[in-house]
Design a protein around this ligand. Structure first.
Ligand SMILES: Cc1cc2nc3c(=O)[nH]c(=O)nc-3n(C[C@H](O)[C@H](O)[C@H](O)COP(=O)(O)OP(=O)(O)OC[C@H]3O[C@@H](n4cnc5c(N)ncnc54)[C@H](O)[C@@H]3O)c2cc1C
Length: 404
Protein backbone atom coordinates (compact mmCIF):
# COMPACT_ATOMS: atom_id res chain seq x y z
CA UNK A 1 0.00 0.00 0.00
CA UNK A 2 1.61 3.26 -1.15
CA UNK A 3 -0.13 5.82 1.05
CA UNK A 4 1.89 6.46 4.18
CA UNK A 5 0.76 9.12 6.61
CA UNK A 6 3.88 8.74 8.73
CA UNK A 7 5.86 11.95 8.67
CA UNK A 8 9.53 11.69 7.71
CA UNK A 9 11.77 12.10 10.76
CA UNK A 10 13.44 15.24 9.37
CA UNK A 11 10.02 16.92 8.98
CA UNK A 12 9.03 15.91 12.51
CA UNK A 13 12.32 17.35 13.78
CA UNK A 14 11.98 20.67 11.95
CA UNK A 15 8.36 21.03 13.04
CA UNK A 16 9.40 20.44 16.64
CA UNK A 17 12.10 23.12 16.41
CA UNK A 18 9.72 25.64 14.82
CA UNK A 19 6.99 24.77 17.34
CA UNK A 20 9.33 25.36 20.27
CA UNK A 21 10.59 28.63 18.75
CA UNK A 22 7.05 29.89 18.10
CA UNK A 23 5.86 29.01 21.61
CA UNK A 24 8.90 30.07 23.61
CA UNK A 25 10.06 33.07 21.61
CA UNK A 26 7.47 34.54 19.24
CA UNK A 27 4.27 33.64 21.13
CA UNK A 28 5.72 34.70 24.45
CA UNK A 29 7.00 38.02 23.01
CA UNK A 30 3.66 38.74 21.31
CA UNK A 31 1.72 38.06 24.50
CA UNK A 32 4.01 40.53 26.28
CA UNK A 33 3.64 43.11 23.48
CA UNK A 34 -0.15 42.69 23.53
CA UNK A 35 -0.26 43.26 27.28
CA UNK A 36 2.04 46.26 27.07
CA UNK A 37 0.40 47.64 23.92
CA UNK A 38 3.47 48.22 21.75
CA UNK A 39 3.31 46.08 18.65
CA UNK A 40 6.13 45.54 16.19
CA UNK A 41 8.91 46.48 18.59
CA UNK A 42 11.07 43.47 19.19
CA UNK A 43 10.56 41.72 15.86
CA UNK A 44 14.03 42.63 14.53
CA UNK A 45 15.58 40.87 17.50
CA UNK A 46 13.32 37.83 17.05
CA UNK A 47 14.39 37.62 13.40
CA UNK A 48 18.02 37.60 14.45
CA UNK A 49 17.29 34.81 16.89
CA UNK A 50 15.49 32.80 14.21
CA UNK A 51 18.49 33.18 11.93
CA UNK A 52 20.87 32.11 14.69
CA UNK A 53 18.66 29.09 15.40
CA UNK A 54 18.87 28.02 11.73
CA UNK A 55 15.16 28.67 11.21
CA UNK A 56 15.43 31.18 8.40
CA UNK A 57 13.71 31.39 4.99
CA UNK A 58 12.59 27.76 5.27
CA UNK A 59 11.06 27.73 1.77
CA UNK A 60 14.20 28.87 -0.05
CA UNK A 61 17.09 26.70 -1.24
CA UNK A 62 20.30 26.55 0.80
CA UNK A 63 22.29 28.24 -1.99
CA UNK A 64 20.32 31.42 -1.26
CA UNK A 65 20.55 31.03 2.50
CA UNK A 66 17.29 29.18 3.18
CA UNK A 67 16.44 25.79 4.69
CA UNK A 68 15.46 24.22 1.37
CA UNK A 69 12.11 22.79 2.49
CA UNK A 70 9.57 21.68 -0.13
CA UNK A 71 5.84 22.53 -0.05
CA UNK A 72 4.94 19.49 2.10
CA UNK A 73 7.45 20.23 4.85
CA UNK A 74 6.50 23.91 4.58
CA UNK A 75 2.88 23.00 5.38
CA UNK A 76 3.98 21.95 8.85
CA UNK A 77 6.32 24.89 9.37
CA UNK A 78 3.75 27.45 8.22
CA UNK A 79 1.02 25.98 10.43
CA UNK A 80 3.29 26.51 13.43
CA UNK A 81 3.97 30.09 12.29
CA UNK A 82 0.21 30.67 11.93
CA UNK A 83 -0.29 30.13 15.65
CA UNK A 84 1.34 33.52 16.20
CA UNK A 85 0.65 36.93 14.65
CA UNK A 86 4.01 37.47 13.00
CA UNK A 87 5.75 34.09 13.15
CA UNK A 88 6.02 33.85 9.37
CA UNK A 89 7.64 37.29 9.24
CA UNK A 90 10.07 36.28 11.96
CA UNK A 91 11.21 33.31 9.84
CA UNK A 92 11.16 35.46 6.67
CA UNK A 93 8.46 33.37 4.95
CA UNK A 94 5.56 35.85 5.14
CA UNK A 95 3.33 37.21 2.39
CA UNK A 96 4.05 38.80 -0.01
CA UNK A 97 7.83 38.24 0.26
CA UNK A 98 7.40 34.47 0.36
CA UNK A 99 5.52 34.45 -2.96
CA UNK A 100 7.88 37.00 -4.49
CA UNK A 101 10.89 34.89 -3.52
CA UNK A 102 9.38 31.89 -5.30
CA UNK A 103 8.58 34.06 -8.33
CA UNK A 104 12.13 35.36 -8.52
CA UNK A 105 13.61 31.92 -7.93
CA UNK A 106 11.69 30.43 -10.86
CA UNK A 107 11.42 33.35 -13.29
CA UNK A 108 14.24 35.84 -12.66
CA UNK A 109 17.49 36.01 -14.61
CA UNK A 110 20.74 35.18 -12.80
CA UNK A 111 21.47 38.90 -12.52
CA UNK A 112 17.99 39.70 -11.12
CA UNK A 113 18.37 36.90 -8.58
CA UNK A 114 21.66 38.27 -7.30
CA UNK A 115 20.31 41.79 -7.14
CA UNK A 116 16.89 41.14 -5.63
CA UNK A 117 16.42 37.57 -4.46
CA UNK A 118 19.59 37.25 -2.43
CA UNK A 119 19.04 40.33 -0.21
CA UNK A 120 15.34 39.43 0.07
CA UNK A 121 16.15 35.96 1.39
CA UNK A 122 18.81 37.49 3.60
CA UNK A 123 16.15 39.73 5.17
CA UNK A 124 18.00 42.91 4.20
CA UNK A 125 15.13 44.19 2.06
CA UNK A 126 11.37 43.65 1.67
CA UNK A 127 9.20 43.60 -1.43
CA UNK A 128 5.61 43.88 -2.63
CA UNK A 129 3.45 42.60 -5.49
CA UNK A 130 1.38 45.21 -7.31
CA UNK A 131 -1.45 43.84 -9.40
CA UNK A 132 -4.83 45.03 -8.08
CA UNK A 133 -6.29 48.36 -9.23
CA UNK A 134 -9.20 50.32 -7.73
CA UNK A 135 -10.87 51.09 -11.07
CA UNK A 136 -11.11 47.53 -12.44
CA UNK A 137 -12.07 44.16 -10.96
CA UNK A 138 -9.07 42.48 -9.39
CA UNK A 139 -10.78 39.15 -10.05
CA UNK A 140 -10.15 39.62 -13.78
CA UNK A 141 -6.49 40.63 -14.30
CA UNK A 142 -7.01 40.92 -18.06
CA UNK A 143 -8.71 44.24 -17.26
CA UNK A 144 -5.55 45.78 -15.78
CA UNK A 145 -5.15 49.39 -16.93
CA UNK A 146 -1.65 50.21 -15.72
CA UNK A 147 0.19 50.75 -18.98
CA UNK A 148 3.84 50.16 -19.83
CA UNK A 149 4.81 51.94 -23.03
CA UNK A 150 8.09 51.75 -24.89
CA UNK A 151 10.32 54.81 -24.36
CA UNK A 152 13.49 54.34 -26.39
CA UNK A 153 15.28 51.40 -24.82
CA UNK A 154 13.25 51.88 -21.63
CA UNK A 155 9.62 51.42 -20.54
CA UNK A 156 7.38 54.11 -19.09
CA UNK A 157 4.80 52.94 -16.54
CA UNK A 158 1.63 54.81 -15.63
CA UNK A 159 -1.17 53.48 -13.49
CA UNK A 160 -2.99 53.20 -10.22
CA UNK A 161 -2.72 50.26 -7.79
CA UNK A 162 -4.13 49.58 -4.39
CA UNK A 163 -4.07 47.08 -1.56
CA UNK A 164 -0.40 46.51 -2.25
CA UNK A 165 0.68 44.69 0.90
CA UNK A 166 4.01 45.64 2.37
CA UNK A 167 4.56 48.52 -0.08
CA UNK A 168 5.72 51.01 2.51
CA UNK A 169 9.30 50.06 3.33
CA UNK A 170 9.64 47.70 0.34
CA UNK A 171 12.79 48.06 -1.78
CA UNK A 172 11.05 46.91 -4.94
CA UNK A 173 7.65 46.04 -6.32
CA UNK A 174 6.76 43.40 -8.87
CA UNK A 175 4.34 45.47 -10.96
CA UNK A 176 1.92 43.90 -13.42
CA UNK A 177 1.33 46.26 -16.34
CA UNK A 178 -0.19 46.10 -19.81
CA UNK A 179 2.47 46.12 -22.54
CA UNK A 180 0.51 44.63 -25.44
CA UNK A 181 -3.10 45.85 -25.31
CA UNK A 182 -4.11 44.34 -28.68
CA UNK A 183 -2.58 40.90 -28.41
CA UNK A 184 -4.78 37.78 -28.30
CA UNK A 185 -5.50 36.08 -25.98
CA UNK A 186 -5.97 38.91 -23.42
CA UNK A 187 -3.95 36.84 -20.92
CA UNK A 188 -0.83 37.60 -23.02
CA UNK A 189 -1.18 41.39 -22.70
CA UNK A 190 0.43 41.88 -19.31
CA UNK A 191 4.08 41.92 -18.29
CA UNK A 192 5.74 41.85 -14.86
CA UNK A 193 8.33 44.52 -14.06
CA UNK A 194 10.69 44.75 -11.10
CA UNK A 195 10.37 48.41 -10.08
CA UNK A 196 12.55 49.97 -7.41
CA UNK A 197 10.29 51.86 -5.07
CA UNK A 198 12.59 54.90 -5.01
CA UNK A 199 12.22 55.35 -8.79
CA UNK A 200 10.83 58.83 -9.46
CA UNK A 201 7.06 58.60 -10.03
CA UNK A 202 6.53 55.59 -7.74
CA UNK A 203 4.24 57.37 -5.32
CA UNK A 204 2.62 55.80 -2.27
CA UNK A 205 -0.62 57.71 -1.74
CA UNK A 206 -1.71 56.12 1.55
CA UNK A 207 -1.80 53.00 3.67
CA UNK A 208 -5.46 52.05 3.15
CA UNK A 209 -7.21 51.66 6.48
CA UNK A 210 -9.02 48.33 6.73
CA UNK A 211 -11.29 46.66 9.29
CA UNK A 212 -8.05 45.27 10.76
CA UNK A 213 -6.48 48.73 10.94
CA UNK A 214 -3.48 49.94 8.96
CA UNK A 215 -1.74 46.84 7.64
CA UNK A 216 0.55 48.50 5.07
CA UNK A 217 -1.85 47.66 2.22
CA UNK A 218 -1.05 50.72 0.15
CA UNK A 219 -2.56 52.74 -2.64
CA UNK A 220 0.10 53.62 -5.22
CA UNK A 221 0.23 55.89 -8.22
CA UNK A 222 2.75 55.17 -10.95
CA UNK A 223 3.43 58.46 -12.73
CA UNK A 224 5.91 58.25 -15.63
CA UNK A 225 7.94 55.59 -13.88
CA UNK A 226 10.87 54.86 -16.21
CA UNK A 227 12.50 51.43 -16.03
CA UNK A 228 14.99 49.63 -18.26
CA UNK A 229 14.34 46.51 -20.33
CA UNK A 230 16.20 44.48 -17.71
CA UNK A 231 13.35 45.25 -15.27
CA UNK A 232 11.10 42.78 -17.11
CA UNK A 233 10.56 39.65 -15.06
CA UNK A 234 9.83 36.36 -16.79
CA UNK A 235 9.49 37.74 -20.32
CA UNK A 236 7.21 40.15 -22.14
CA UNK A 237 3.55 39.10 -22.13
CA UNK A 238 4.15 36.63 -19.29
CA UNK A 239 2.59 38.72 -16.52
CA UNK A 240 -0.63 36.72 -16.31
CA UNK A 241 1.13 33.34 -16.43
CA UNK A 242 3.62 34.49 -13.81
CA UNK A 243 0.80 35.73 -11.56
CA UNK A 244 -1.00 32.38 -11.85
CA UNK A 245 2.17 30.36 -11.21
CA UNK A 246 2.91 32.54 -8.19
CA UNK A 247 -0.54 32.29 -6.77
CA UNK A 248 -0.76 28.49 -6.55
CA UNK A 249 1.95 27.96 -3.93
CA UNK A 250 1.35 31.40 -2.35
CA UNK A 251 -2.34 30.60 -1.85
CA UNK A 252 -1.40 27.33 -0.26
CA UNK A 253 1.13 29.04 2.02
CA UNK A 254 -1.70 31.28 3.24
CA UNK A 255 -3.81 28.17 3.91
CA UNK A 256 -1.03 26.60 5.94
CA UNK A 257 -0.77 29.67 8.17
CA UNK A 258 -4.56 29.91 8.50
CA UNK A 259 -4.66 26.30 9.73
CA UNK A 260 -2.33 27.29 12.57
CA UNK A 261 -4.54 30.25 13.42
CA UNK A 262 -7.73 28.15 13.36
CA UNK A 263 -6.08 25.54 15.55
CA UNK A 264 -5.19 28.21 18.07
CA UNK A 265 -8.80 29.50 18.04
CA UNK A 266 -10.18 25.98 18.60
CA UNK A 267 -7.79 25.45 21.50
CA UNK A 268 -8.97 28.70 23.04
CA UNK A 269 -12.59 27.64 22.52
CA UNK A 270 -12.03 24.30 24.27
CA UNK A 271 -9.88 25.82 27.02
CA UNK A 272 -12.57 28.36 27.83
CA UNK A 273 -15.39 25.80 27.64
CA UNK A 274 -13.62 23.54 30.10
CA UNK A 275 -13.18 26.23 32.74
CA UNK A 276 -16.32 28.36 32.43
CA UNK A 277 -18.79 27.20 35.04
CA UNK A 278 -22.56 27.57 34.80
CA UNK A 279 -25.69 25.67 35.89
CA UNK A 280 -23.62 23.34 38.06
CA UNK A 281 -21.23 22.29 35.28
CA UNK A 282 -18.98 23.81 32.65
CA UNK A 283 -19.68 25.00 29.11
CA UNK A 284 -17.91 21.93 27.72
CA UNK A 285 -20.72 19.77 29.16
CA UNK A 286 -23.28 21.45 26.93
CA UNK A 287 -24.10 19.60 23.74
CA UNK A 288 -24.53 22.84 21.81
CA UNK A 289 -20.96 23.78 22.66
CA UNK A 290 -19.77 20.24 21.95
CA UNK A 291 -21.36 20.56 18.51
CA UNK A 292 -19.24 23.65 17.88
CA UNK A 293 -16.15 21.70 18.90
CA UNK A 294 -17.08 18.74 16.71
CA UNK A 295 -17.88 20.89 13.65
CA UNK A 296 -14.61 22.73 14.12
CA UNK A 297 -12.59 19.53 14.51
CA UNK A 298 -14.07 18.06 11.31
CA UNK A 299 -13.49 21.24 9.33
CA UNK A 300 -9.93 21.58 10.59
CA UNK A 301 -9.10 17.95 9.84
CA UNK A 302 -10.50 18.24 6.30
CA UNK A 303 -8.48 21.45 5.85
CA UNK A 304 -5.25 19.71 6.83
CA UNK A 305 -5.83 16.82 4.41
CA UNK A 306 -6.72 19.18 1.55
CA UNK A 307 -3.66 21.33 2.11
CA UNK A 308 -1.33 18.35 2.38
CA UNK A 309 -2.70 16.79 -0.80
CA UNK A 310 -2.36 20.06 -2.74
CA UNK A 311 1.19 20.51 -1.38
CA UNK A 312 1.98 16.94 -2.41
CA UNK A 313 0.79 17.64 -5.97
CA UNK A 314 2.90 20.81 -6.18
CA UNK A 315 5.92 18.91 -4.89
CA UNK A 316 5.36 16.16 -7.49
CA UNK A 317 5.13 18.72 -10.30
CA UNK A 318 1.55 17.54 -10.99
CA UNK A 319 -1.35 19.87 -11.95
CA UNK A 320 -2.65 21.48 -8.76
CA UNK A 321 -5.06 24.30 -9.60
CA UNK A 322 -8.27 22.50 -8.68
CA UNK A 323 -6.89 21.17 -5.40
CA UNK A 324 -5.41 24.56 -4.42
CA UNK A 325 -8.73 26.31 -5.19
CA UNK A 326 -10.68 23.77 -3.13
CA UNK A 327 -8.21 24.04 -0.24
CA UNK A 328 -8.09 27.84 -0.39
CA UNK A 329 -11.87 28.21 -0.28
CA UNK A 330 -12.35 25.59 2.43
CA UNK A 331 -9.55 26.84 4.68
CA UNK A 332 -10.51 30.53 4.40
CA UNK A 333 -14.09 29.75 5.40
CA UNK A 334 -13.27 27.27 8.17
CA UNK A 335 -10.87 29.87 9.64
CA UNK A 336 -13.70 32.37 9.76
CA UNK A 337 -16.20 29.91 11.27
CA UNK A 338 -13.88 28.46 13.92
CA UNK A 339 -12.64 31.88 15.05
CA UNK A 340 -16.24 33.10 15.22
CA UNK A 341 -17.27 30.07 17.32
CA UNK A 342 -14.34 30.68 19.68
CA UNK A 343 -15.57 34.24 20.19
CA UNK A 344 -19.10 32.95 20.81
CA UNK A 345 -17.95 30.54 23.52
CA UNK A 346 -15.92 33.32 25.19
CA UNK A 347 -19.03 35.49 25.46
CA UNK A 348 -18.36 39.17 26.12
CA UNK A 349 -14.70 38.37 26.73
CA UNK A 350 -14.47 37.15 23.14
CA UNK A 351 -15.85 40.47 21.89
CA UNK A 352 -13.34 42.38 24.00
CA UNK A 353 -9.75 43.12 23.10
CA UNK A 354 -8.54 41.24 26.18
CA UNK A 355 -7.93 38.13 24.07
CA UNK A 356 -6.43 37.99 20.53
CA UNK A 357 -9.66 36.47 19.15
CA UNK A 358 -11.29 39.70 17.95
CA UNK A 359 -8.13 40.65 16.07
CA UNK A 360 -7.90 37.13 14.64
CA UNK A 361 -11.49 37.42 13.37
CA UNK A 362 -10.90 40.81 11.75
CA UNK A 363 -7.82 39.47 10.00
CA UNK A 364 -9.61 36.24 9.06
CA UNK A 365 -12.21 38.16 7.04
CA UNK A 366 -9.65 39.08 4.40
CA UNK A 367 -8.91 35.38 3.78
CA UNK A 368 -12.14 35.13 1.77
CA UNK A 369 -10.97 37.97 -0.50
CA UNK A 370 -7.21 37.75 -0.98
CA UNK A 371 -5.64 35.46 -3.55
CA UNK A 372 -8.96 34.95 -5.26
CA UNK A 373 -12.33 35.78 -3.72
CA UNK A 374 -14.55 32.85 -2.67
CA UNK A 375 -16.72 33.13 -5.77
CA UNK A 376 -13.74 33.08 -8.14
CA UNK A 377 -12.62 29.79 -6.65
CA UNK A 378 -16.14 28.36 -6.61
CA UNK A 379 -16.60 29.12 -10.29
CA UNK A 380 -13.20 27.63 -11.16
CA UNK A 381 -13.90 24.54 -9.07
CA UNK A 382 -17.25 24.07 -10.85
CA UNK A 383 -15.58 24.55 -14.25
CA UNK A 384 -13.09 21.78 -13.44
CA UNK A 385 -15.90 19.48 -12.29
CA UNK A 386 -17.78 19.99 -15.57
CA UNK A 387 -14.59 19.59 -17.60
CA UNK A 388 -13.70 16.32 -15.84
CA UNK A 389 -17.20 14.95 -16.36
CA UNK A 390 -17.21 15.88 -20.03
CA UNK A 391 -13.78 14.35 -20.60
CA UNK A 392 -14.11 11.17 -18.55
CA UNK A 393 -17.81 10.70 -17.75
CA UNK A 394 -16.98 11.03 -14.05
CA UNK A 395 -16.16 13.89 -11.70
CA UNK A 396 -13.38 11.93 -9.96
CA UNK A 397 -10.61 13.90 -11.68
CA UNK A 398 -11.91 17.10 -10.09
CA UNK A 399 -12.54 15.75 -6.60
CA UNK A 400 -9.13 14.64 -5.39
CA UNK A 401 -7.88 12.94 -8.59
CA UNK A 402 -6.70 9.43 -7.72
CA UNK A 403 -7.98 9.50 -4.15
CA UNK A 404 -10.71 6.84 -3.60
C1 LIG B 1 -5.79 42.44 3.00
C2 LIG B 1 -5.62 42.44 1.52
C3 LIG B 1 -4.34 42.36 0.98
C4 LIG B 1 -4.15 42.39 -0.40
N1 LIG B 1 -2.88 42.37 -0.92
C5 LIG B 1 -2.69 42.52 -2.26
C6 LIG B 1 -1.36 42.64 -2.79
O1 LIG B 1 -0.37 42.57 -2.08
N2 LIG B 1 -1.23 42.84 -4.13
C7 LIG B 1 -2.30 42.91 -4.97
O2 LIG B 1 -2.10 43.09 -6.16
N3 LIG B 1 -3.58 42.81 -4.48
C8 LIG B 1 -3.79 42.62 -3.15
N4 LIG B 1 -5.06 42.55 -2.64
C9 LIG B 1 -6.20 42.66 -3.53
C10 LIG B 1 -6.91 41.34 -3.80
O3 LIG B 1 -6.08 40.51 -4.58
C11 LIG B 1 -8.23 41.69 -4.47
O4 LIG B 1 -9.04 42.30 -3.49
C12 LIG B 1 -8.94 40.49 -5.08
O5 LIG B 1 -8.25 40.00 -6.19
C13 LIG B 1 -10.36 40.86 -5.50
O6 LIG B 1 -10.33 41.96 -6.36
P1 LIG B 1 -11.26 43.25 -6.07
O7 LIG B 1 -11.05 43.67 -4.68
O8 LIG B 1 -11.03 44.21 -7.15
O9 LIG B 1 -12.74 42.67 -6.14
P2 LIG B 1 -13.61 42.45 -7.47
O10 LIG B 1 -12.81 41.72 -8.49
O11 LIG B 1 -14.26 43.70 -7.83
O12 LIG B 1 -14.69 41.43 -6.91
C14 LIG B 1 -15.66 41.84 -5.95
C15 LIG B 1 -16.48 40.65 -5.54
O13 LIG B 1 -17.15 40.13 -6.66
C16 LIG B 1 -17.39 38.76 -6.49
N5 LIG B 1 -16.92 38.02 -7.67
C17 LIG B 1 -15.72 38.12 -8.29
N6 LIG B 1 -15.64 37.26 -9.32
C18 LIG B 1 -16.82 36.61 -9.36
C19 LIG B 1 -17.37 35.59 -10.20
N7 LIG B 1 -16.66 35.04 -11.19
N8 LIG B 1 -18.63 35.16 -9.94
C20 LIG B 1 -19.36 35.70 -8.93
N9 LIG B 1 -18.90 36.64 -8.10
C21 LIG B 1 -17.65 37.10 -8.33
C22 LIG B 1 -16.63 38.34 -5.22
O14 LIG B 1 -17.54 38.25 -4.14
C23 LIG B 1 -15.67 39.47 -5.01
O15 LIG B 1 -15.32 39.63 -3.64
C24 LIG B 1 -5.28 42.47 -1.26
C25 LIG B 1 -6.56 42.52 -0.71
C26 LIG B 1 -6.74 42.51 0.67
C27 LIG B 1 -8.13 42.57 1.22
Amino acid sequence: MAIDFTLPSDVVAVRQRVRAFMENEVGAAEERMRREGHWRRGYAELRERAKAAGLWAPHMPAEFGGMGLGPLAMAFVSAECGRTMMGAYVLNCHAPDEGNMHTLLHHATAEQKERWLRPLVDGKIRSCFAMTEPEVAGSDPTGIRTAAVRDGDHWMLNGHKWFISGARGAAFAIVIAKTDPDVQPPQARNTAFIVETDTPGFNIVRDVETMAGHGNHCEIRLENVRVSESAILGGRGQGHRLGQARLGPARLAHCMRWIGSAEKALEMLVGRALERELHGGVLADKQLVQAMMAESAMELYAAKLMVLHAAYLIEQGAPFRQEVSIAKHHVANMLWRITDRAIQVHGALGYSTDTPLESMLRHARSARLVDGADEVHLSQIAAHVIEAFRAEGTTRGATGRDLL
